[in-house]
Structure formats: structure tokens, C-alpha cells
Design a protein. Structure first.
Length: 138
């Protein structure tokens, strides 16, 4: 199954040759600022099966997180976290098939906005949920 996606302006396209390893919400301030969303959702892929065209430079941040954004429209494209090896995260809304992949967990749930009420019954993990997210790799 090939998954497809693109940035807002269409200058960068994404393809993945398999479904995401996992899909997660993230309530951390870093992900909220990067995406501009009060509750971003991300799909995790094996880096070897995800392709961007054209290739986009990855920017390393002091925290060790490596991110890519479209140079034309600024859309967030990918993020890699040093504590989640073997996974690359794509904002779920970029995928053409996003409706097929519901999030499975809330990460950094302790940072959720007080006014944001979700009754989805998903696990709410304190912190990065790295163990749960890494389980998806196996």
C-alpha cells in the first residue's frame, strides 16, 4: 500500500510504502508551536520507507530534534527525535489517507490545554510516551 501526501503548496510530496507504525497526539509546547495546532497528531514511519520529493534539508535543533519544513510554504514535514530511533514523524494532516489512521495515544498529556476536552478513551501518557511509541516498531 502506497501512502501519499504533500505540503500546503504542493512543492513537496511524500510517499510511504507501508502504513504508519503508530499514530499519536502530542500535547507538548514544541510540537504545538511547530505545527500551529493546539493538538497536533503525527504518524510514525520507518525512515527507510518514507520519501520526500524534492529532498528537503533537515534542521537540527539544540534539543536534538531534527525537523524539515517546506522552503516554499513553511509547512512542517517531518520530525525525528533522538529518543525515538528508527522512526520519523509526519504531521497526520499532510497525508492524503489521514482519515484512515486514527491516533492511538496522547503524548505529553500533562501539558494539554485546560479547555481542550477529548473523550476518546485513548491512553494519556505523561512525557514522551517513548516506550509505547517504540513498541510500534516491532
Amino acid at each position: 500500500m502506497a501512502l501519499t501526501g504533500r505540503c500546503y503548496c504542493g512543492a513537496v510530496t511524500l510517499t510511504a510504502s507501508a502504513e504508519p507504525q503508530t499514530v499519536a497526539y502530542c500535547h507538548c509546547a514544541d510540537c504545538r508551536r511547530w505545527t500551529g495546532a493546539p493538538l497536533p497528531a503525527f504518524a510514525a514511519f520507518d525512515p527507510d520507507i518514507l520519501a520526500l520529493a524534492p529532498q528537503v534539508e533537515e534542521v537540527a535543533h539544540p534539543s536534538g530534534v531534527r525537523r524539515r519544513n517546506c522552503a516554499q510554504c513553511g509547512s512542517p514535514l517531518t520530525a525525528r527525535f533522538p529518543y525515538l530511533p528508527g522512526q520519523i514523524y509526519v504531521p497526520l494532516g499532510l497525508l492524503d489517507q489521514a482519515a484512515d489512521f486514527a491516533p492511538e495515544v496522547h503524548c505529553h498529556a500533562e501539558n494539554a490545554y485546560d479547555w481542550l476536552h477529548q473523550s476518546d478513551g485513548l491512553p494519556r501518557e505523561v512525557g514522551s510516551a517513548r516506550d509505547k511509541l517504540q513498541e510500534a516498531r516491532t
